[in-house]
Every structure is written in structure tokens, then in C-alpha cells.
Design a protein. Structure first.
Length: 198
């Protein structure tokens, strides 16, 4: 059994290049604070690879690229509730797909001002997948994800977002052995503020 190593595919490099190509400059005078009532929309992309946690039984080497459209709203100056779509294209061990919704998600921002704001996030939802591996016993599953991230603040224009998360897929014991999949996932993208209630 080979050691599990994260080898980001060319898609990760492409997403990073697209983000850098936006020409976004970070200036102290252009920072914007998070406020209750702010609405956001965004799109993130990246890649993931399975890993073997001490509490799980993931053994397959699974690699995928990920796309995640999002929309959210700040319920306080530090808490953002959001939903995101899940689109995966698996490249190893076979070409397969996955689509779902992480509809119950949230981010907690560790501060409310500055050029870059760190946060912790988590979410849950449903997922359909055509991936055929021992860890998945059915095509309809649940997904859970937790991680950390950085979000840029600006007075206007797109804001860059970078995240690292563990993405878990399992059927919650509803079929088979339910071994589940755990994947370390890196995402980068942009978000826009559409409306701010005063």
C-alpha cells in the first residue's frame, strides 16, 4: 500500500493563477469591515486527496478537483451562514463525479477588520456520487466538512478566499459497512458583496 501524498493536479495551479490574475491590490485604506446584514456570493475551486485518519477506515487513494458556488449572509459581525454547491470530478482511482449541496454551513471570523480575516468553518449536506470504491456503499450519501480559511476584505470588488478543509463522505450507517471517505481539500476563489442592509 503506497503512502498517501497530496499531489495537486494542474487545476489547482490554474485556479491559483486565475486568482492572482484578478489584479487585486491590498491597500490599508481600502479595507472593509464585516457587518451584520451583508450578503455574499462566490465561487471557489481546488483539489483534494484522501487521507487515513486514526478514527476512520479510508484506504483508497482518491484524487479529485472541486468546484463550489456559494451564497451567504452575515447574521452578526463575526458569524456568516452560507450554503454551497458541491461538484467533484474524480481522477483517481477512476473517472467519476459527485454533486450535492452543503446547505447547513457557517463561518466564524476570528476578527472583523484588517486586510485578511482568518476564520473557522463547517457544514453538512447531501451528496450524490458515481464513485465506486469500497468506502462508499451507496450513491446517495451525507457530507460533512470542517476547516480553516482566510478571506480578504476590501471596500469594493472581488474578495479572495483560501480554505483548507477535511471533507467527509459517508451514508451514516444506512447501508453496508459505511467506511466513509476523508479527504484533505484545498480551495481558492472569489466572493462578492451584493447587498448590505443599513
Amino acid at each position: 500500500m503506497s503512502a498517501v501524498m497530496f499531489r495537486p493536479p494542474a487545476t489547482v495551479l490554474l485556479v491559483a493563477a486565475m486568482c492572482l490574475n484578478l489584479g487585486v491590490t491590498i491597500a490599508r485604506g481600502d479595507e472593509g469591515s464585516f457587518e451584520k446584514g451583508t450578503r455574499t456570493r462566490g465561487l471557489a475551486g481546488g483539489a483534494g486527496h484522501t487521507w487515513r485518519p486514526i478514527f476512520g477506515k479510508t484506504t483508497s487513494d482518491i484524487t479529485f478537483v472541486a468546484f463550489s458556488p456559494r451564497m451567504g449572509w452575515f447574521v452578526t459581525d463575526r458569524i456568516e451562514l452560507y450554503g454551497e454547491g458541491t461538484l467533484f470530478l474524480y481522477t483517481e482511482p477512476e473517472v467519476a463525479g459527485a454533486a450535492g449541496l452543503g446547505g447547513l454551513s457557517g463561518r466564524y471570523y476570528l476578527r472583523t477588520s484588517g486586510a485578511w480575516i482568518p476564520y473557522v468553518h463547517g457544514g453538512a449536506g447531501l451528496l450524490w456520487t458515481s464513485l465506486d470504491v469500497p468506502e462508499i456503499d451507496r450513491i446517495f450519501n451525507f457530507q460533512l466538512f470542517v476547516g480553516v480559511g482566510l478571506r480578504q476584505t476590501r471596500a469594493r470588488g472581488p474578495r479572495l478566499v483560501f480554505e483548507f478543509r477535511n471533507h467527509h463522505i459517508s451514508n451514516a450507517g444506512t447501508a453496508g459497512k459505511n467506511l466513509g471517505i476523508n479527504a484533505a481539500t484545498v480551495l481558492g476563489g472569489v466572493e462578492w458583496v451584493l447587498r448590505q442592509e443599513r
